[in-house]
Design a protein around this ligand. Structure first.
Ligand code: NAP
Length: 244
């Protein structure tokens, strides 16, 4: 389905990002894995992905650093000759009530989750526009749709991602580039380890369980595939019914 395509995935070394890389690779896409983590960890992820028979390269980069993003994206374009799919998945949390939340923690979350996605889109905007093809997928959250106590920084960043998605979609739709957002609920990844056993939380989810990162990856695959060519500027929840 994605043979001959190049997919860039930020935060691709673990959790949802790694499953997205694997799902795209299973469907034939070559992968540029961008992550801030230690190179050995990214390489271990890359080895798993490469076993699926595609080309994988890793790039150590902090998406909150615009100069580093520019260098990394230039390198990706040089290495792969172009980019077809961009998944802005890298994200962090620094949860606290507003009363206790420091300005530094507010800024850190906005810088990675929102500005990081902006920097990445900015770098691949022209190449995708020129190619008249591109699939941009931004990972938002139900927190961005409905807010969440203790997550003013995170909810703001994820709501911002939705505005960024719609604006990007409107700017690039006529150029054959789509841009959509995925809004996951609770997904079982290292980010949510501390509350995965919370039974009250599970009861609040109609499906009665946390989602699997592979399930989010399945939705990302759909948004990266020709099956979604007429969908742009959309935000799709994947939350077991939690936020309906
Ligand atoms: P995760 O397990 O914490 O993985 C995030 C990955 O992003 C890690 O590899 C991390 O590297 C990397 N990363 C963090 N900061 C970065 C930066 N500045 N530059 C580049 N890479 C960076 O998270 P996840 O649960 O898979 O979440 C993935 C995305 O889904 C995030 O945007 C998250 O907000 C969103 N989401 C998750 C859930 C959920 O329930 N899990 C729900 C809604 C939305 P290090 O580990 O080295 O920091």
């Amino acid at each position: 389905m994605l043979k001959g395509k190049v997919a860039v995935v930020t935060g691709g070394s673990q959790g949802i990002g790694l499953e997205i890389c694997k799902k795209m690779a299973e469907n034939g896409a070559d992968i540029a894995l961008v992550d801030i983590c230690a190179p050995e960890k990214a390489q271990a992820a890359a080895d798993t992905i490469a076993a699926l028979g595609v080309t994988v390269r890793t790039y150590q980069c902090n998406v909150a650093d615009s100069a580093a993003v520019a260098d990394t994206c230039k390198q990706i374009l040089a290495d792969f000759g172009g980019v077809d799919i961009l998944v802005n998945n890298a994200g962090i949390t620094r949860d606290n009530l507003i009363l206790k939340m420091s300005e530094a923690d507010f800024d850190a979350v906005i810088d990675v989750n929102l500005k990081g996605a902006f920097y990445m889109i900015k770098q691949f905007y022209r190449p995708m526009m020129k190619k008249k093809y591109g699939k941009i997928i931004n990972i938002s959250s139900v927190s961005g749709l409905f807010g969440n106590a203790g997550q003013a920084n995170y909810s703001s960043s994820k709501a911002g991602i939705i505005g960024l998605t719609k604006s990007t979609a409107k700017e690039l739709a006529a150029r054959g580039v789509t841009c959509n957002a995925i809004a996951p609920g609770f997904i079982a990844t290292p980010m949510t380890t501390s509350f995965q056993e919370n039974e009250d939380l599970k009861k609040s989810i109609p499906c009665g369980r946390f989602g699997k990162p592979e399930e989010v990856a399945g939705l990302a695959l759909f948004l990266a595939s020709p099956a979604s060519d007429y969908i742009t500027g959309e935000v799709i929840r994947i939350d077991g019914g939690m936020a309906m």
